[in-house]
Design a protein around this ligand. Structure first.
Ligand SMILES: [Mg+2]
Length: 266
């Protein structure tokens, strides 16, 4: 993961030396990337969850993701609340962060299906490739099984794809670098599986507009909040999509030095 940061810096440097946005260096495939609101921690009260979901709708997002644990009753209540708040037309996704065993996850998937949950992320540990595959074969057809956020090299991603463990592969450039993300995208193309960018939205925007096959990017609330405080990325949010500023070279991100000063550790 330390190498990932160096890798991003080298790609950024190359694009800056060539006076190009990174997305142009890679070859731009689209102008913007759909994003989904992500947060909804299990520790939130119902009121806090509702406010967060409403905030994403006000920003124009058309899909949202909340966390669930292995408690079936709690998950059922929180997912029902989320569906009530967002209405029938917004995509509802959940992330269990590997909290369940496979049979528990299947019982959960049945109740999630009643609220038309379209995405079940890490229902079991992402190391349990057989468990993910077992669930893929049994959950409703319109519910995608997703995992992959911890991968830092192409061997990890290839194993997951070869096992048929996911409907959508998640890839995080803060862990695998821009180079690892590009390799993951090539593997996804070979296995005919879409991918989705995990967290750190500003860092992923150049990749997301350049790499074909990316379904969406995660607009994780803490990262979106911190990015706005510490960095100026030039990205703008319209109609549920992030649009990069194509006049910026490199990855387009600038540190807000004065705003970051209070957090400096010497
Ligand atoms: Mg996750």
């Amino acid at each position: 993961m330390a190498i990932a940061a160096v890798d991003q810096a080298l790609w950024d440097l190359k694009a800056r030396l060539l006076d190009l946005p990174l997305s142009a260096l890679w070859g731009r495939a689209r102008a913007s990337i759909p994003i989904y609101g992500s947060g909804g921690f299990v520790t939130y009260s119902a009121v806090r969850l509702q406010r967060q979901l409403e905030g994403w709708l006000e920003q124009g997002l058309t899909s949202v993701k909340i966390k669930i644990g292995d408690d079936l009753d709690q998950a059922e209540q929180r997912v029902a609340l989320a569906r009530e708040v967002i209405g029938p037309g917004v995509g509802l996704m959940v992330d269990a962060n590997g909290a369940c065993r496979a049979r528990q996850a299947l019982a959960l998937a049945e109740c999630l299906g009643e609220q038309r949950v379209c995405w079940f992320e890490e229902p079991v540990s992402s190391d349990d490739l057989e468990g993910l595959r077992w669930l893929r074969d049994r959950v409703p057809d319109d519910m995608a099984i997703a995992a992959g956020e911890y991968g830092w090299d192409s061997i990890y991603f290839r194993r997951m794809l070869q096992a048929g463990a996911v409907d959508v592969l998640q890839v995080d450039a803060t862990r695998c670098g821009y180079t690892g993300f590009l390799h993951a995208a090539e593997l996804c193309a070979a296995f005919n599986v879409p991918l989705s960018a995990h967290c750190a939205p500003a860092l992923h925007t150049p990749l997301c507009v350049a790499v074909p096959g990316i379904r969406h990017a995660e607009y994780f609330h803490d990262h979106a909040r911190l990015e706005a405080i510490l960095f100026d990325s030039g990205d703008s949010l319209h109609n549920g999509e992030l649009w990069p500023d194509l006049d910026r070279v490199g990855h387009g991100i600038e540190l807000r030095r004065a705003d970051a000063e209070p957090y400096q550790i010497s």
